[in-house]
Design a protein around this ligand. Structure first.
Ligand SMILES: *Cc1c(COP(=O)(O)O)cnc(C)c1O
Length: 444
């Protein structure tokens, strides 16, 4: 990697000054473009999402039985979307400005199996790998009832293979639980910021947890290295995986169905703004891709990051993508938002999606805790800190008339739009841990 001249970079990109000073910033990308223009750069198509969606349908009979909490939804791993009107009032008061439109929350925090957005991508990639192994071995056909995968002979078959992943916590939870259930031998390489309860939970499921004292980048590198030494080990590459990305992307058509059922229309007069917490980028990138394919140019996606880990904003804003890390500009990548504690963005997501993401903003850890408590008070919904990252977004969009004008968002459209904050985790946080989030006066 080339050495980066930081003073020169800051001169070229003045936004880096407040970013380095750890101040909350917001940047609307002036180069954002239409889906038609931006799509070729993604390198994936509607057909790829359809294929992912079909695969998940094939696995539904299996998932229903393997994870009974998915049975009510017919083996579909999906979350509710709900109105949060009391939170909307409190946000308007807190930010001292009206928050027009309708504020909603997408509760991926409460997805079955692992209680975070990683139950989309992580589980999908494990299923894809398992299906391929079983089909190649002549044990499975796509027309079969996949609940046969619960049989002991399949478990014995999968136990000959292993799966490895590097994670800040939630990806490890999804991949660990899913892989172990199928019968794989699975190891999760956990970064220093991963919560103890997540490691313990995984060990209870028979997952091998390897702990590191360094951050996510190191955990991934070590996992990759360990996997390369073993031909029967499959490494799930959170930084580059198209498969993970497509697992997330299925969320787009699912949300469209949920909106249809609620009679919510998305068009020029009724725009949709979606606020997605961003770590390495696969989750928000994949979801944003799915949303664009489902709603077209009338959905506007923004990524949210901690002030201490603004890797995607840094990578896209400077055009350096994975060639620069937050540590390169003196930012420490230390945040209570463990799901977002990533110093270097995905090498593929920023380049693939930058033309389709309207903007990026950062918020401080104390802000996340403040929103966490406010959401609990107003709506009785409990989330982990990462999952609150999107909360300042609606006010930032409502306040920026230059952005609205550039995107041809009329005053009437701003009145009728929907602001959807994507809540990405927290459903499985142990009670005592949640109480410490809710009570921690140090963080207010
Ligand atoms: C992983 C994660 C994200 C972000 O997903 P990336 O793919 O890392 O960008 C957001 N919130 C939570 C709770 C997560 O675990």
């Amino acid at each position: 990697m080339k050495a980066i001249n930081i003073p020169l970079l800051v001169e070229q990109y003045p936004l880096l000054e407040p970013l380095i000073a750890l101040k909350p910033v917001c940047w609307f990308n002036p180069d954002v473009t239409s889906l038609k223009t931006g799509l070729p750069y993604v390198g994936l198509t509607a057909e790829d999402i359809r294929d992912a969606s079909e695969r998940l349908k094939r696995f539904a009979p299996y998932l229903m039985k393997a994870f009974p909490d998915t049975a009510a939804a017919g083996g579909m791993i999906e979350s509710d979307v709900v109105d949060i009107p009391d939170m909307q009032q409190q946000l308007a008061q807190l930010h001292g400005m009206p928050l027009t439109g309708r504020l909603m929350l997408k509760k991926d925090s409460h997805l079955p199996v692992s209680g975070s957005i990683k139950a989309r991508g992580g589980i999908y990639e494990v299923l894809t790998h398992a299906e391929k192994l079983a089909i190649d071995a002549g044990l499975l056909k796509t027309t079969d009832d996949y609940s046969k995968l619960l049989n002991e002979d399949f478990k014995a078959f999968f136990s000959r293979f292993s799966i490895a992943v590097g994670s800040t916590g939630n990806l490890g939870m999804s991949i660990g639980i899913m892989s172990a259930r199928l019968g794989f031998s699975v190891s999760v390489h956990m970064s220093a910021d991963a919560r103890t309860w997540k490691k313990n939970r995984l060990r209870e499921h028979g997952v091998q947890v390897i702990e590191y004292e360094k951050d996510y980048g190191m955990a991934v590198a070590q996992g990759r290295e360990a996997a390369e030494a073993d031909p029967d080990c499959f490494f799930i590459d959170d930084e580059n995986s198209r498969t993970l990305f497509l697992g997330y992307a299925v969320a787009g058509e699912r949300l469209k169905q949920q909106f249809d059922a609620k009679g919510i229309v998305v068009d020029a007069q009724n725009p949709l703004f979606v606020y997605l917490p961003c770590g390495v980028g696969g989750g928000p990138g994949g979801v944003a891709f799915g949303l664009k394919m489902a709603f077209g140019d009338h959905v506007h996606c923004l990524f949210a990051e901690p002030t201490h880990s603004p890797c995607m904003l840094l990578g896209v804003h400077t055009g350096l993508h994975d060639q620069i890390s937050v540590q390169d500009i003196g930012i420490d990548n230390l945040t209570a938002a463990d799901g977002l504690a990533v110093g270097r963005p995905s090498g593929f997501v920023g380049r693939a999606m930058e033309r389709l993401i309207d903007g990026y903003f950062t918020l401080s850890d104390p802000q996340m805790y403040q929103y966490l408590r406010l959401l609990n008070q107003t709506e009785q919904i409990q989330l982990e800190p990462s999952a609150l990252a999107g909360m300042p977004g609606p006010s930032l969009v409502c306040a920026d008339t230059a952005y609205q004008q550039r995107m041809q968002l009329s005053a009437s459209a701003m009145q009728h739009g929907v602001h959807l904050v994507w809540a990405t985790g927290g459903g499985m946080v142990p009670e005592a841990e949640m109480q410490s989030y809710l009570n921690d006066d140090l963080c207010s």
